[in-house]
Ligand binder design. Sequence first.
Ligand code: UTP
Length: 292
Amino acid sequence: MSFRIQSTVFPVAGLGTRFLPATKVSPKEMLPIVNKPLIQYAVEEALSAGAERLIFITSPSKRAIEQHFQANVELESALSDSGNKKMLALVQNIVPSNVECVFVQQGAPLGLGHAVLCARAAVGEAPFFVHLADDLIRSDTPCLEQMRQYYERYHSSVLAIEAVPNDRTANYGIVSVKKEPSGARRVDKIVEKPKPEEAPSNLAVVGRYLLTPAIFEQLEEGSPGAGGEIQLTDGIAGILEHESVHALLFEGTRYDCGSRLGYLKATVEYGLHNEEVGERFRKYLKGLTNKM
Ligand code: UTP
């Protein structure tokens, strides 16, 4: 790994209204897929891309994420007393000791752009990842690592994108791209949640970004956009006027765990691949489909 992206920002301060009442006191990023919360999958992806500073933008009213990444002395001593070494290792090794965890509170949920802006002091003047944990991606090479390799080649911000059905553009930030001679896709326009008839393409930005610090200036200057929130998309549109931004059609399957259907699909797929219960779960599902 010749160029390391030090910091990853995890905005986890959203309201999570689509998952109420589960998200009344706990952030949606704590929802488990099999036995691991979404945020832990996210952290593992960032670590495998070489990140050493994890910056969580949290809500003052939901403290579970902070607690998940801190030691739980009582639980550890209970597991140690009962000789449960496997589970003890599991709770002690959530984050390696050389990795720094920073928690920044977003006073009010003013939008994803605002959440990213809250990370400014912790990130400093270097490119950084933004990871939305409710977009879970299963891939051979972790998505953030694919993006880091792309940055190494093009030295610009990188947005992970995928094609979505034309009638779904209003759920995403949508980009139009120009192909460069190298085959790379350079973003020439980005629009937040356009109606299908106004969308410049069907290429949607998903929850992985590699951004240069230029984004902070843009977010600082920007005024609230769609939905009265400070939109990350608007900040990226601002960067486009000064710097090139690339789009990467990543390899992998994305599960939108912020929606109920996407969450159920991820649970089934990750359940099927689970070492301990995968085979039995497969048999169960086969039996179930025969009855349908
Ligand atoms: P979403 O658009 O999915 O919003 O946020 P949400 O509030 O979490 O969920 P719904 O739509 O009400 O069900 C995308 C990501 O940005 C974070 C969320 O936690 C999520 O990871 N976010 C959003 C913040 O951290 N702060 C905000 O002000 C808004």
